[in-house]
Design a protein. Structure first.
Length: 383
């Protein structure tokens, strides 16, 4: 067996290795999107999303960055991205390269041939492509020409389904908290809640469920559950009609079952990358079956509020949501359910939360007061 030896001197071999490393680094750097800011800074990474106000950019060294859109001067992508132009009704898959300050060259993603060519078809394919250039008739798709486009005319880049009108986006979360005290006193508490939502261009719905149980040496002191849902139909970007319903049970408030059904009008007061605020109000019908008292069915005025705000620190989210009703005529019933707190993402969808639950009900049994406030620290999972 003959052993192969390198005839390069040590210095040349070292130079070749360094050149290979440098070339690999350049190739790796090339496989990334890039943006240039008006101050001349150039960032490389991955463009996640661009809205009319903010560009979300992911880097290996700083994670996700939220960059005001007016700071962006140039955009370049290394693979096709989805864009939606101003006043357009559909999305496009394109490549983007800089075309001067505030402009990009947009190249539509070329369509593939209907059938792959075999080894013997190489020459005919070349001839066919050449003929296509002369006659304009071909079985293969010609490379589309790049077209300049002002960045200001791009409404969205990688739009969400509710922004483009193509598809539906879903999100959800579940959380669990508990406390178990032993020693001089025995007191246990278990609380679980979950939320699920879907959003399209002109509608959305949400489902919420929660369960609470508390006990001490004497036995169970609190046990209740609530399931509720909303369906919103948008009239425009800021206004919507809604239908909602709920069912709950709380035997310590003398509620065997309480069902609500209502419709009304709502306003999306704020909807940005960081903040969302909506309010709603309308008539409802309340049906209550009691364990000891008299059953009752009555009309009511219902309302709701949802607020969320994402902080720069740790990507934490402040939130407050409430729903309630007040009956009209006869014996007045007033009910309010609210959650206020802070959620912090940990890793891989896990979250930590600190929240205050406030429940108020004007009709109560002898064993319970009219209001309950509970501080909860828990872990959850979001998707």
């Amino acid at each position: 067996m003959t052993e192969s030896k390198s005839h390069l001197p040590p210095g040349a071999r070292r130079g070749a290795v360094l050149a290979a490393i440098a070339l690999g680094s350049l190739c790796a750097g090339a496989q990334a999107d890039s943006i240039t800011l008006h101050n001349g800074d150039r960032l490389t990474g991955r463009i996640l999303h661009m809205s009319p106000s903010t560009l979300t950019f992911e880097t290996t060294w700083a994670g996700e960055l939220k960059i005001p859109r007016y700071e962006v001067s140039a955009i370049e992508t290394d693979k096709p991205v989805t864009i939606m132009r101003e006043r357009a009704e559909r999305t496009e898959s394109v490549m983007m390269t800089p075309a001067g300050p505030g402009k990009v060259l947009v190249t539509s993603e070329p369509a593939r041939q209907s059938s792959p060519a075999g080894p013997g078809d190489a020459a005919p394919a070349v001839a066919q492509t050449a003929a296509a250039g002369a006659t304009g008739a071909t079985g293969a798709t010609a490379v589309p020409a790049a077209r300049p486009l002002p960045i200001a005319r791009l409404r969205y880049l990688n739009p969400k389904p509710e922004e483009s009108g193509e598809g539906v986006s879903y999100d959800g979360r579940a959380a669990l908290s508990g406390s178990f005290a032993r020693g001089g006193t025995t007191r246990d508490r278990l609380y679980a809640e979950g939320d699920f939502g879907a959003r399209a261009l002109d509608w959305r719905y949400s489902l919420t469920g929660k369960f609470l149980q508390e006990s001490d040496e004497a036995g169970t002191t609190a046990q209740n559950w609530l399931v509720s849902g909303n369906f919103d139909r948008f009239l425009d970007d800021d206004s919507f009609l809604y239908a909602r319903g709920s069912a709950e049970r709380d035997r310590f408030r003398d509620i065997s079952r309480r069902a609500t059904l209502g419709v009304g009008y709502g306003r999306q007061l704020i909807q940005t990358e960081r903040t969302a605020l909506s309010v709603r109000a309308g008539p409802e019908l309340i049906s209550v079956r009691r364990l000891a008292g008299e059953d009752d069915t009555s009309p009511a005025l219902g309302w709701g509020l949802n607020l969320s705000h994402r902080l720069d620190t740790l990507s934490a989210e402040l939130f407050h949501d409430q729903r309630g009703f007040r009956t009209l005529g006869g014996d007045t019933q007033l009910s309010l359910r609210s959650r206020t707190g802070l959620r912090v993402p940990l890793a891989s969808g896990l979250t930590a939360s600190l929240q205050l639950n406030l429940d108020w009900d004007e009709h109560t049994g002898a064993a319970r007061g009219g209001s309950d406030s509970t501080w909860l620290i828990g872990l959850g999972y979001a998707w």
